[in-house]
Every structure is written in C-alpha cells, then in structure tokens.
Design a protein around this ligand. Structure first.
Ligand code: RET
Length: 157
C-alpha cells in the first residue's frame, strides 16, 4: 500500500528514496508486529515483549501517517497543484490512520497485552477480516478512481 502512495506520486517527481522510506516504515511496522505476535507471553513467560514490539511497530505506522499528512508525500501532493491527487492522498491517509487502527486494536487484545481483558467479548479474527475487506477494497477503489480521473484528463488534453 505504501507502494501505491509512490505510484500515485511518481508522475509528479516522486523519487525512489521516497519509496524506500515508505517501505522502510512498513517493514518496521510489520516486522516488529510479527515478532510481537511470535513473542506473545505464555503462562510460563508472562513478559512484556509483545507490548514493547507493539510500540515499535506503532512507530512505523506513525511514520507512514506522518509522511502522508505533513511529510514528503503530503508536500509533493501539494506541490503538484492537482486537486484529484490531493484528494486521493488524503483519502489513503485516512485509511491508514482509521482503517489500519483495527490491527493494533486486535494486537492489543492478545493474551497478556493491554486490552486482553476485553478479548472474551470480541472475535479477533472477525475483526481482522472486516479490517482487511474495508482496507483492501477501499484502498483499491481510491487508487482506481484516481487512475481513471487522471487518464481522462490526459486524453482530454
Ligand atoms: C491488508 C492488510 C493491512 C492493511 C494490514 C495492516 C496492518 C497493520 C496496520 C498492523 C499494525 C500493527 C501495529 C500498528 C502495532 C501492533 C502490531 C501490528 C502489526 C498489528
């Protein structure tokens, strides 16, 4: 999905370094999240690892939100002067900010984590599935819409 930010901005001069940065943030988020899940405390080892890794992972997530809100992604969209692009970036940012928040909530519901007490009343798998559906489809639609609008513009020119 970070690649999609890059693809949208590529015609406006996005550099590979931006792609690398966005992929870096997502790697931090996903790798730390993965380690955190693997280290989920057991009865024998009720450590706090999973919370620590969750925090590291959240930093990666915050990095993506930052880039799309005020960092180079946002600045590039602004500099393009293209209202469609700016809209698309803002929508994607909202997906990352609001839609993706489902995953850390699911993570915190894991045994030993911050919200574990609530997990009895919630189905984490279902939560993730709903999140996936909303995020994957929503993200795809925004990018698709943007592609259509900008190709219409190109053919009209
Ligand atoms: C389609 C799949 C998507 C959009 C997956 C997104 C996953 C995340 C935003 C995961 C985030 C996490 C944190 C921010 C902290 C705790 C660990 C994670 C990996 C659940």
């Amino acid at each position: 999905m970070c690649v999609e930010f890059y693809l949208l901005l590529k015609p406006y001069g996005a550099k590979q370094s931006l792609l690398a940065k966005m992929i870096g943030y997502s790697l931090v988020m996903l790798v730390a999240g993965y380690i955190g899940e693997a280290y989920a405390p057991t009865a024998a080892n009720p450590g706090m690892h999973s919370i620590m890794w969750g925090v590291i992972s959240t930093i990666g997530w915050a990095g993506i939100v930052y880039e799309a809100t005020a960092g180079s992604v946002a600045q590039m969209a602004k500099a393009s002067g293209d209202a469609n692009l700016q809209n698309a970036i803002r929508l994607l940012r909202n997906f990352v900010l609001i839609g993706w928040a489902i995953y850390p909530i699911g993570y915190m519901l894991m045994p030993g984590n911050l919200l574990a007490g609530f997990s009895g009343s919630l189905n984490i798998d279902l939560l993730y599935n709903i999140g996936d559906a909303v995020n994957k489809i929503g993200f795809g639609l925004v990018v698709y819409q943007m592609a259509i609008t900008s190709s219409r513009k190109t053919s009209a020119a």
